[in-house]
Design a binder for this molecule. Structure first.
Ligand SMILES: *Cc1c(COP(=O)(O)O)cnc(C)c1O
Length: 374
């Protein structure tokens, strides 16, 4: 049995639908391929599902972060507190609006950014805090909300990996002044291409994001540019495809949660051998990837390869250690938990179409690892 980490058959069940959609939209008299009625319908479906005032689909999750920061007026001289461990757009989106990312360390087990580290990083120049949900666990959003309110800064919720997750009954993406989603292939609501969305209850943010995603135009007067915008529009074929796939999202997430529950139960005894599963439970969980922490991570990865199980190291270096962002790491500042996470994290396949036998095989392979000290 060989199980790749990135499955090649992610959209096999929906291939006919995708081809039909390409044909239907490609041959429609309107010849409208971006920001048309399918995009509007997709935005409306998300709006209803989330109970949000406004949803704006855009080019990617990265663009969604950049558009939100731009719409909030974050710019040169401002700081934005972001996790020290996570994906590059957390820092690059801040830099792209001319502001400065300030890195906050993460929890050593869940790998989500720590509220007390975020609070310690807030200064008189802080314009926003931008926590991100990670792998299997959502950030502590009630505390982040309270922090943002107490310090009068904006709260941007990077929910790129958490679409469909809920914390205390509130959907991921609904905790911030704005939340963002990503539809890049590998995400929980990934598609056959790129895309992202901004979710907000703030009508002014919604209006500005709409303009910023389309060259600063307001959707009425063409070639009137109210602000300097971007090209970050949404594809009509993908909008239609995602509308078709939206009703199945909850079921796919349930299957991911089931697999995670099974793994976590099987792996609980491995802690004494230096392999730690994520915390169990369903509330505040997202199951984007299932990430273990292993003292001998690289040995575990090699072991799994010999057993035909693909695995993946997300973020082998913390953001402030990346050449691109090192200049934003203040001298003498350290992020020890982010360093540990980078050295120990290993993600296992958790895609919903894994069979029970495959899931068992993966768990067996992990449990066979002798472990031990580094
Ligand atoms: C994937 C991801 C993004 C960026 O989304 P893209 O659609 O790939 O641009 C941003 N933040 C987090 C936490 C992500 O995982």
């Amino acid at each position: 049995m060989t199980l790749p980490f990135f499955p090649p058959d992610l959209f096999d069940d929906e291939r006919d639908v995708l081809l039909e959609t390409v044909f239907r939209i490609g041959t429609a008299p309107a010849q409208r391929f971006i920001l048309g009625e399918r995009t509007a319908a997709f935005e409306q479906a998300l709006r209803l599902q989330l109970g949000a005032a406004d949803v704006m689909a855009c080019g990617s999750g990265t663009a969604a972060l950049t558009l939100v920061l731009g719409a909030m007026g974050v710019g040169p001289g401002d700081e934005v507190v972001v996790p020290a461990f996570g994906c590059a757009p957390l820092a690059s989106s801040v830099v792209s609006v001319g502001a400065t990312p300030v890195f906050a360390d993460v929890h050593p087990w869940t790998m989500v950014v720590e509220p007390y580290e975020v609070e310690a990083a807030i200064s008189a120049r802080t314009a926003a805090i931008m926590p991100a949900h990670m792998f299997s666990v959502m950030a502590d959003m009630p505390t982040m909300r309270a922090l943002a309110d107490r310090h009068c800064v904006r709260l941007v919720e990077d929910s790129a990996v958490a679409q469909g997750g809920t914390l205390a009954g509130v959907p991921a993406g609904r905790w911030g002044d704005a939340g963002v989603f990503s539809f890049v292939q590998v995400k929980t609501f990934g598609t056959a291409g790129e895309g992202g969305a901004v979710v907000t209850d703030d009508p002014e943010l919604g209006r500005l994001v709409r303009m910023l995603r389309n060259h600063g135009q307001d959707g009425r007067d063409r070639f009137v540019h109210h602000v300097i915008g971007h090209n970050s529009r949404f594809d009509e074929v993908l909008a239609d495809f995602q509308l078709h796939r939206l009703p199945g999202l909850a079921g796919r997430l349930r299957r991911r949660a089931e697999i995670a529950d099974y793994y976590t139960e099987r792996f609980a005894p491995l802690v004494e051998r230096g392999v730690q599963p994520p915390p169990p439970g369903r509330d505040g969980r997202c199951f984007y990837v299932y990430s273990l922490l292993a003292d001998r991570r690289d040995d575990l990865k090699r072991h799994l390869t010999t057993r035909g199980v693909g695995s993946h190291v997300y973020y082998p270096a913390p953001l402030p250690a990346q050449p691109a962002f090192a200049r934003y790491a203040k001298p003498g500042q350290y992020w020890p938990h982010a360093e540990l996470a980078s050295a120990r994290t290993l993600a296992l396949p958790i895609y919903p179409h894994l069979t029970d036998a495959q899931v068992e095989h993966i768990a067996d392979a992990v449990c066979d690892f002798p472990g031990g000290p580094r």
